[in-house]
Unconditional design. Structure first.
Length: 123
C-alpha cells in the first residue's frame, strides 16, 4: 500500500499519571475526538473525508505526564496537524482544568506514525 493510499489516523495521547477510571478516560478521548475533528473540518476537510471513507483508524497512546503531553502538542502544532488539548471540568475524579488527553488528527498515517513511533499503546 502506498503512503498516499494509507487511511488517515486519529490519535489520543493519554496521561498515565492520572490513573483515570476506564469510563473517565473513554469520555476524555471522546471529547478529544469531537474537538479535534471539529478543528480538522475547518482546516483539513479532505483529510476528514478520506478518514470517514476509510476505516476511521484511531489509536490510543500513553504519555507519562502533562510535560510529555505538552511536548507532543508542540510537535503536532509544528507539523500543522489539527489537535485538541482536553482539560477536565473537574466534576468527578480530578481537579478542574487538569489536562487529560491530546487528540490529534485525523492526519496522514505516515506522519502520525513517525511522530508517535516511540509511544506505547495505552493499557
Amino acid at each position: 500500500m502506498s503512503v498516499l493510499s494509507e487511511p488517515p489516523t486519529m490519535a489520543f495521547l493519554c496521561r498515565t499519571d492520572l490513573d483515570l477510571s476506564p469510563g473517565k478516560l473513554a469520555v476524555q478521548c471522546a471529547h478529544a475526538a469531537v474537538e479535534s475533528l471539529r478543528k480538522a473540518k475547518q482546516t483539513h476537510s479532505r483529510m476528514v473525508q478520506r478518514w470517514r471513507e476509510s476505516a476511521s483508524r484511531k489509536v490510543c497512546l500513553a504519555v507519562e505526564n502533562e510535560d510529555e503531553l505538552s511536548h507532543f502538542a508542540g510537535l503536532v502544532e509544528d507539523a500543522s496537524l489539527p489537535f485538541a488539548v482536553i482539560r477536565d471540568a473537574g466534576l468527578t475524579e480530578i481537579p478542574p482544568g487538569t489536562v487529560t488527553v491530546l487528540g490529534v488528527g485525523p492526519g496522514p498515517r505516515h506522519t502520525m506514525d513517525a511522530l508517535f513511533k516511540d509511544l506505547r499503546t495505552y493499557e
